[in-house]
Each structure stands twice: as C-alpha cells, then as structure tokens.
Design a protein around this ligand. Sequence first.
Ligand code: BGC
Length: 339
Amino acid sequence: MAAAVLSICGLSLAACADAPAAQTHALGRGVNIGNILDAPYEGAWGLRLEAELFARAREAGFDTVRLPVRWSSHAEATSPYRIDEAFFRRVDFGIAEALRHGLNIVVDMHHYKQLDGDPPDPGEAMVDEAVVDERFVAMWAQIAERYRAMSVDKVFFELYNEPHGRLAAGKWNALLRKALATVRAATPGRFVVIGPADHNRAAALSGLSLPEDDRRIIVTVHLYEPYNFTHQGAPWIAGSSDWLHTRCCSNEQRGDVVRVLELAQQWARRHDRPMWVGEFGSYEAAEYDSRVEHARLVRQEIEARGFSWAYWDLATNFGIFDFQRHAWHSAIKNALLAD
Ligand code: BGC
C-alpha cells in the first residue's frame, strides 16, 4: 500500500511532502508495540522490547510500528531534565530494529501522568508542578536532537498520546506549538504526528489548532467505539465488568464507528491534513469472533476513507500475537491484513 502511493511521488515521501494523501498512505497499515516502553519501567507489564516483535510485525505484512514510550519516568526531575542514556539506548534499539525490518516507526510520548494531571503509577516520582510543561518541551528537544540524522520519512515523532484532563484543548494547543517549534529547530523536515485533546477523540478535532504553515504534520485520532465492547472487562476501566459478553457488530454499533470516522474525514478535508487512526482494537476479554468482526469493520471503514492506521496492539492484552506461544491470533491478523 505504502509503496504504491510513494511511487506516484517519486522515491521518497519527502518528494511529495505537501500531498496529505501521500503522507497518510506512507504510514499504511501499522501496529502498536505497546505496553512495553510505556510501562512504568520496561517489563513491568509483562513484555520487554524484543527483536522478534519487529520481525513478526514485518512478517505479518505491516508497514509501520508505533512505539509508545514513557519518557517522563526516565528523565531528571529538574533542569536540564536529562533523559537517562540507558533508556535512550532501548529506544535506539527499537528504531534500529524497525528500520532493519523495513518498517516505518512512530516514536510516541506516552503516559507523562503529571502532564494530564493524573496521579502517578505506583513507584513513579512526581516533579515540581511548575516545571511539568517545560520538562515536556525539554524532553522533546533531546529526542529530536538524538534522532535528527534519521530518515525524516521513516522515523516519525508523535508529540503526545491522548492529551486530556489538565491538557484541555487551549492549553494543549499552546504547548504543542512550543514542542513542535523545538522539534523543528533540530529536524525541520520530519513528519510529526499530533492529535486533539480529550484522548485523541475525533469529536475533539474541532478544538485542535495547528500552525497553518507547517505541512509536515500528520493528524491522529483514536477509535475505541463501541467502547462497552472494546473495553469490556478491562481492569483499568471502572465498571467495565458490567459490559462482559457484549458482542459486535450490530448496525447500531457500525453506525457508532462510521460516525467517528466521518467526523475525522470532514475535519481532514476542511483543513487539508492527512489523518492517521493511531489506535483501535479490543480487549482480550471480548468474545473472539466479535473481535475479528470489529477489527475487520474498523479497518475497512478507515481504509475506505483513505486514512492509514495502527492497531492497538501487537502482543499484549488487545493483541494479535501471543509472545509466550510465538503464535498469531490468525483470524484477527487476517481481518486486518488479508485483503
Ligand atoms: C493505553 C493502553 C490501553 C489502550 C486501550 C492506550 O492508549 O496506553 O494502556 O490499553 O489505550 O485503552
């Protein structure tokens, strides 16, 4: 998919950087390598970042991986907010493995709990409230500098996963400009992914304000409709055990998915921006056949609108690959990739 579109533009995405459709298609079909470097520490949620994960993503036929990273747990609490070198090397490893396997990689900042005003996870240190925002920008300065020499159309940055809470739209719009300007100072041509406040919901796109003259931005939304299906039994969502045995996908449920994507499509057209659905998927407690149907429905509706996507996720509790058994959940994988 990605290769076909790029060939229209020449040899690289940079050659057709101003065409939103080409930018979107460049990310193609993707998968999140989640719950690993975005855990409070690597391994805390079960998996470590293994080379096999990248090999499997490639073998399945994905074009892109998204790598969520909890930078804030590995940076100093005071200026200059230095990111720990050993942790940086883990991200270096992820990027190298992605590129070695011919995958694009989106390096994302995830779960800087204080930035959203959320309580920290157990064992996680808090920083002085007065420096939370400048620390965010300072971490981006270091990340952008470290990866400035990496191909601008293979290694993407995503400023922040699902801003919410303390990061209401107005505050997020101001902060994203500061972080983006910092990234641009080090790496002007890189593609940067940015989503709206309110957990990257498409309904919040109307409140998102981006620098008009920066055309190397890819806009992202997350889609977890129908929520009582996708998050049934998820232990971190209060009351979600009441949703157990919810199936998918009735006409009404299809309508919920389509409505979200129509909102995203209208916004993308109006603003002439490429759109990437950076997360969608369902929790493992849902009935398997419904998970397969949901994955196919959402993926087809996304592609029908010319957007690219990344499934949440590869190998943990929304996953499509069982790392312990080294085996695919084939029906979900095929629903995403078979046609
Ligand atoms: C979070 C995950 C969660 C997923 C689905 C992601 O953004 O990082 O922890 O499992 O959304 O809710």
